[in-house]
Design a binder for this molecule. Sequence first.
Ligand code: T4K
Length: 400
Amino acid sequence: MKSEQHEISEDRGIDDGPRAFTEPLHVGRPNIGDRKTFLRFVDEMFERDWLTNNGPLVLQFEQRIAEYVGVKHCVAMNNGTIALEIAIRALGLSGEVIVPSYTFVATAHALHWQGITPVFADVDPRTHNLDPAAVRRMITSRTTGIIGVHLWGRGAPVEELASIADEYGLQLMFDAAHAFGCSLNGKMIGGFGRAEVFSFHATKFFNTFEGGAVLTDDDNLAEKMRLMRNFGFAGFDNVIHPGTNGKMIEVCAAMGLTNLDSIDTVVEVNRRNYQAYRAALSGLPGISLMEYDEAERNNFQYIVADISEECPASRDHIVKGLQARKVLARKYFWPGCHRMQPYRDLFPNAGLMLPQTERIAAQVLVLPTGTSISVDEVTLVVEIIRYLVMEGAQPAAGGL
Ligand code: T4K
């Protein structure tokens, strides 16, 4: 596993503040396991001349993921978005489906793409996950399901959502794109609701280049999704179901099998960086770091800071100042799906029902972590933040 050490520029260049990094620090730099192991898998793949279509590496990958999560079926796909679309279709969702607006836009697009209306419910300001009371308010006669998102890898309120789903006869599934390797109440995420969807995109702490999977304990649902991801084929020339091409390819499974071996190391580095950020940011006015419940399993892949109104510098000022020094901090998931197209035009007043979403989207700052970031770099990133905040506290602050 590669660990980069970014250099700090000698040239301050921007103003009198801390120096800039010479190379960008990214949120979402890939964590890549042992290259020799990966190349061995790829060599074997070439020997077999079998590149895709349920190859042996994909089968092995599915088995290992299912075992890791403790769920009966893992149906591997080519990315998390297609996995969401297939799960949504396999569950027969239609009409309206309730989702958070405070999520990556793929959650909403996977519905809209299939002619289903995403109805945005507000989130709990403490957890950034769906607020069950807000979900209740959005139910209509057209509602067929709820998609909870375990944002930042922290479990959504699965019990409350399940009881709402039962009460109204709705399907419940989860977008678990952030939550591979995480638990809720001691149970691994991946096993809640009718189905859960993971993303293994390059920017996720565990990646297969591109990739995703649906996990479920339901035999029939798994069988249906296996057909759907392969054009509905049940053997040569025998199409028995509508379908698309959602197959994971062998080289992606090779990457997944390789990276599974180093997953604990990656989590350890993420945890170390999280604790370093925590210590360095403490005491800065109006800045709080989102907490992970130490009683649960966490992947610590997102460093999420809340820049409240008490902070002398605004979130956007801090992002600009960091980016000017090559720290490519992000405003995930600003401005909220309801303010992105096509939803902004379709539901121009959605924001009225989403006060927490709007506030959180305006305040969240996501900072770089992962195996390419060292503790010294965390310290310097926070030094820049401290400078920007304290500069904001001066009566005649100028520059970035
Ligand atoms: N549901 C949720 C809740 C999700 O968060 C996501 C994906 C999905 C569903 C859909 O799953 P997929 O269909 O993607 O499997 C990124 C990812 O593209 C996206 O996968 C992810 N969520 C989302 C949270 O983040 P961006 O727009 O931030 O990506 P981008 O291209 O700006 O990359 C981030 C940084 O990483 C950049 O500074 C560059 C760096 N990077 C990126 C890649 C791809 C690298 O250094 N190397 C790389 O190979 O969306």
